[in-house]
Every structure is written in structure tokens, then in C-alpha cells.
Design a protein around this ligand. Sequence first.
Ligand code: HEM
Length: 447
Amino acid sequence: MSPEQRPLPSRFALPLLGDTLAFARDAGGFLARRARELGPVFEINVFGHPTACFVGPEAFALILDDRNVERASANPPHVEAIFNPRAVPFLDGSTQRRRKRLLLKAFTESALDGYLPIIERVVARYTQRWVEKERFRWVPEINSLGFSIAGALFVGAPSDRDDPEIEEAFGKVAAGLLSLPVNLPFTPYGQALKARDYLLSIVDRALDAGERATQGGTNVLARLQQARDGDDRLARDELRIETFHFFGAYSAVIGGLSFLVSALGRFPDEADRARAEVLRESPTGPLTLASLRKLEYLDRFTREVRRAMPILPLTFFGRVKQEMTFQGVRIPEGHRAIGCIGATLLDPSTFPDPDRFDPDRWLTPTEQQKRAWVPHGGGNPADGHRCAGEALADLMMRALAVHLLRSHQWTFEAGQDFAPTKDKLFATPVDGLRVRFSRRASSEQSA
Ligand code: HEM
């Protein structure tokens, strides 16, 4: 280390366990506290490894470059075991880019337009159910809605009914990701592996059905089976691994949808603006990508939801391939590396008054703010690890908002905690959003 270089700042960590317990209890809070104390790059010790943490768009940029950071075998073994070590988040270089090119073919504009009727059918069924229920906890309902849509999109499940077993199995998978990796029948990790195998058997059946089908379908799995890059296509094993991961990604969608309805209920001025825009630009009828694109305020609103209420605290893990320096701090080869998503989205030096919910901060964002909007990871999805499903997540959020704003109203019971959960990898509002829900009077007259 040259004399001008400083080592990565860190705090005392317990022998053996390091920071793993604090991290598992509240990864987002833990990383944000360390960032405040130690700056934009710092070291923690989790899952048995010294880990360099990167906060803010400049620091984040370092880990987006695969000459600096690689993913192979860098993630905790239990996370790789759940997703499969050959899933795209754990691939590097040309192997990762090839896989990603083929995966992104399931998220083109025409593909997304084809998913909208499926999404709208499930949303219409659920809004009807919510009117009938009148009072309920919204997060579990959104969980069922999300997995119903995921089932219809990814394994061709019928959109007119739910499959609680899929939902329950993914709950176990998500719990296993942030658990201690002890594989016994009663531990969260052991149960996650069992749930994974059950879900893979469902994916296998859907793949068999897709291979037998004489006509190409319009759901995500069919698109993936039809995806071609020249003569290249995804092998069956790749389809199986990635479809399972897509399902897992719905845990993040559920966080996004929950914070969206929470914000629409809690910020009445902003919600009124969003409703006025929906009633002006898209008051009735089936949605298309083109009709959703006209909803500029709603776009800013959903973007701000994902900034102000971070769903995920961090990216997947990488490993530093070659020593790097950031602002005079040396980041050694061999360290694990993570991008701190929550701490970047709520960093006051990038987003003034970061806890304030203000969709209009996206009217004229600075270049730095654009690069710091990392709820789906940083950089570019086509040539890096940024989320493959961002466009689908956008679509889901806007479609649900339009259906709700067109003809429903809701209020939240007083005295509940709307803050994000701390002990889960995918956050949702702590008290589950106890809501009173009804049809709007004006929409009853027109219905
Ligand atoms: C609000 C919803 C979502 C959020 C917040 C989210 C967030 C993320 C984040 C943070 C990453 C990791 C980036 C990294 O490690 O550098 C990621 C990766 C990924 N996401 Fe999402 N995601 C969402 C929805 C989806 C959906 C719906 C799908 C698929 C249907 C999806 C598919 C993927 C894939 C395949 C990757 C790995 C990409 C790669 O490594 O190249 N995500 N997502």
C-alpha cells in the first residue's frame, strides 16, 4: 500500500461470527449506519469473509465493471445453492452477457404488451375481492396477487384462481436467503431447499407442457422458450434455473407493490395528482404500454416509491479481482464486494431531504441522481447485472396503480407502522397495511 493510501475503514466485529448476526437482523439499517460512520467505501465481515461495501453512484460504478469484480463463487454458498450457482447473477463476462441477451428477449415492448392482459385479469379479480372484504391486511393480499401473476406468467397457471402452495413455498425460499445456512429439516435454510425442489418440479411440468405445445404461447416462459440469438437459444436447464429465479424475484415485486399502495394512501396530494392524470389520460379500457407511457406523473411516483422505500438493501455479492482504489482507500483483491442499494437511495448528499416523498424530484434529476437510482442495481441491464425484470416491475406497478386509482379508494387504520421490515431480505411495510377499501362513488355510478 502506498503511503497516501488508506485501508478500508471498519468497526470491531465479533470473532468468527463477524457482523453476520447484525447483518441478518437488519441488513439495510446496518449498512446505512456504517456508511454514515465510515463513508462511501467500508469493510464489514459477513458469512465468513471481509466484504467491501460501496455506497453512492461513484463508488457503485467500481463494482459494475467486471474487470474489477467477478461473481463466480462470490455469494454465500447457501444463496447459490438456493438459486443454483449457474444462475445469471453468478455468471461473468461473455457467459453472463449471452444469457442476459436471451433473457431480455422476454421483456421487449411487444412481449410486455402481451403480458398486460394476464396482469389485468388477476388485478381485476383481486380488486373485486378487496371490495368484498372491505377491511383486511393488504400485504398478504398483495403477496397472493403477486404470486398469482407470477404463476400465470412463468408457469402458465390459470389467472382465475390462486395457488397458495406456490406462494407459501416462495415465502420459505425468501426466508432461507437471509438465514444461517444450517441444513436441517426444521431450519429456515432446510425448509428453503425443500421448497426450492417443490417449485422446480412445477417449473419442470411447465417446461414439458411448453415443449409439447404446437403453438407458441404469450407468457414469459413461452417467450423464453422461443428466444433466439442467431442460432443460439436457452437450453432446458438454463430455462429451469432462470424461471425459478424469476419467481424468486417476485418477492421484490411484492415489496414494490406494497410500498406503492402505501404511498398512494398516505400522501393524498400526490395521490390526487396521480388519480387526475389517470382519469384524464386512461380513464377506462384495457391498458397498453403506449397508454401507460402517457402517465408521466405516475412514472415519477413509482420511481420515487422505489427510492424512498427501498425494497432490497444490497446487490448480490461479487469478489474483487484486482486491487482497486477509491478516494485514496485501498480495496484489496479477494475481498467480497456489495453495492449498498438502500444506503445509496437514501444518501442525503445525493438526494436532499432523502426521507421526504417527492415524485417531482424526478422532473429534472441531476446525472448523479439518475445514476444513484439503483433499486434494480446499477449500470445497464444488457451488459451488466442490473435487473432483467425492471420493465416488468414497472409495468406491474403502473397497472396496479391505474386500476386502483380509476375506481377505488382506501384509508389506512391509524396507529400502524408503515416503515419497511428490517429482518427480511425483501422489505414490506411492518404492520402489513391494515386497510379499509371500497369502490369510489363516482365509479359505482358509471359501472
Ligand atoms: C420491484 C421489483 C424488483 C426489484 C426491486 C429488483 C431488484 C433487483 C436487484 C437489486 C438485482 C441485483 C442487481 C445486482 O446484483 O447487481 C436484480 C437482479 C435481477 N433481477 Fe430483479 N428486481 C425486481 C423484479 C424483477 C423481476 C420481476 C424479474 C423477472 C421476472 C427480475 C429478474 C432479475 C434477474 C434475472 C436479475 C439478475 C440479473 C443479472 O445478474 O444479470 N427482477 N433485481
